[in-house]
Design a protein around this ligand. Structure first.
Ligand code: SIN
Length: 471
């Protein structure tokens, strides 16, 4: 709903009453000594707060998406499923993973010998079929009810099984996208078995070598019946060579195409991502929001400490990608690093709209409705004429894709809200918790992505600002 001040409709005037008082308060703010001059003194209601909803809408006529994984064990299906879930959930799509292995552990048991997976073992076959159906029916119910994207994480190794899964999803009215993970590299498969399967409840308290031998035998059972996905089976995306090759067929629609784009950029090369806020700014020191202020002397000292930190990590000065926001305080923080840095508007701080250059105390005093709305729900709250956390997540999508794509170490020099959103993506923190994450000034957060998450180290650098953490 967009409402303009010029309306003479009594109903709309009543609707606008709180905004009128906001306007009057803002007018009275202008020209007061010691008060910052507001950039946008006439507020308009550009959104409807009653529509606050943390899920992102897909096109009203587009079908819900069922992603069906295909591949032999230890190829990285669950890793891929979880990455898709994390990415889409972060963007705001209600996404769920239905892992058939977990259903089997809960209903039949963990620690089953490889013979359970032998296709010539009728009791094992029947038990596996039954848990696969249970997971499928739960997925259909969840997606029908309130989900937007569901991932059916199972081997789905025969054509007959895939035809059945596809028919069930289509009957429920879902779009189906197969994602097949193929990998023939024995070194990668061995590494995957050792890094993921040995810690699985299936092999709890089992001698590692015995576990590896058993898991190899389990793979051999699947290999005997595995039928690679064929072109006539529907829309698919095939990932080969640990992400080096992606084949796409019949993919249709925004969400499915977005997944293709995401998976094309995914890789497992270990490298650090350093997140840091700019050095302390004049506004930080004064407790004000937003603006485009310069660094304080302490802020410049932090930029020097950051340069020394980078020199320790990369003495040859050739291997690090540096992105800053386009704001002065971030660009000034990168200045002493002695390396090329790339300013990027997508990394600019949350736009505080009419509250830009105010302190929280001033907002509370002069715009109490805004203050209260923000306190009630910091995630969906959008500053009038500004942004919400939801908005910044959407504008950070290309940054995430580039961070996933880049194989070199990356340093991101940005701002509190923006870094909270990036951090939430990498650490799988829910979107709603974003506004409450601690991203202190003068601290480098090192994230090293690995197969099942991110290793994190926080390194406070000089000068410490422990007592000044308001904004
Ligand atoms: C499992 O039971 O661990 C895997 C089931 C499957 O997807 O075949």
């Amino acid at each position: 709903m967009i409402v303009h001040w010029s309306t003479s409709s009594p109903a709309l005037q009543a609707d606008l009453a709180p905004e009128r008082s906001t306007r009057q308060r803002i007018r009275s703010l202008r020209g007061r000594p010691g008060q910052p001059l507001l950039r946008h003194p006439i507020p308009c209601r550009a959104y409807d707060r009653t529509r606050n909803n943390t899920a992102v809408q897909i096109a009203p006529d587009s079908l819900k998406l069922a992603v069906v994984m295909v591949g032999l064990p230890a190829r990285g299906k669950s890793y891929t499923a979880r990455r898709i879930e994390r990415y889409l959930s972060w963007l705001g799509y209600r996404t769920g993973v239905f892992n058939v292995g977990e259903y089997r552990r809960a209903r039949v048991g963990a620690r089953l010998p490889h013979s359970f997976f032998d296709p010539d073992n009728p009791r094992g076959e029947e038990a596996r079929r039954s848990v696969a159906m249970a997971a499928l029916e739960d997925m259909v119910a969840w997606l029908t009810d309130h989900g937007q994207v569901a991932i059916y994480d199972a081997t789905n190794s025969t054509r007959a099984r895939r035809v059945m899964v596809c028919a069930r999803c289509e009957r429920a009215g879902f779009q189906v996208l197969f994602i097949e993970i193929r990998c023939d590299d024995p070194t990668l498969i061995e590494a995957n078995i050792r890094s993921t399967k040995l810690s699985s409840p299936d092999y709890e308290d089992t001698d590692p070598d015995e576990a590896v031998t058993d898991f190899r035998a389990r793979i051999a059972h699947y290999q005997r019946v595995y039928q690679p996905l064929e072109d006539d089976e529907g829309a698919y995306l095939r990932v080969t060579g640990a992400g080096r090759g992606v084949t796409v067929s019949n993919v249709d629609g925004y969400l499915a195409a977005r997944l293709v784009f995401f998976l094309m950029n995914l890789h497992l090369t270990a490298r650090p991502i350093w997140l840091t806020r700019h050095g302390e700014s004049v506004y930080n020191a004064a407790g004000l929001l937003g603006g485009d202020p310069d660094l304080t002397p302490d802020g410049h000292r932090y930029a020097q400490s950051l340069a020394e930190f980078l020199d320790r990590c990369d003495p040859d000065r050739k291997d690090i990608v540096i992105w800053t926001s386009s704001l002065r305080r971030a660009v000034q923080t990168a200045a002493p690093l002695g390396r090329t840095s790339w300013p990027w508007r997508a990394l600019d701080e949350i736009n505080a709209g009419i509250c830009d250059s105010m302190s929280y105390a001033q907002i509370q005093e002069h715009l109490p409705e805004e203050y209260e709305a923000r306190t009630r729900d910091k995630f969906t709250y959008r500053y009038p004429r500004g942004e919400s956390y939801q908005d910044i997540i959407l504008r950070l999508d290309p940054v995430i894709i580039e961070l996933e794509r880049t194989r070199k170490p990356v340093l991101v020099i940005a701002h509190n809200a923006v870094l909270r959103a990036l951090y939430a993506y990498f650490q799988g923190v829910s979107r709603e918790r974003c506004p409450h994450l601690a991203i202190p000034l003068h601290t480098v957060i090192e994230l090293t992505p690995h197969a099942y998450g991110c290793h994190e180290t926080r390194m406070p650098l000089e000068p410490r600002l422990d007592s000044r953490e308001a904004l």
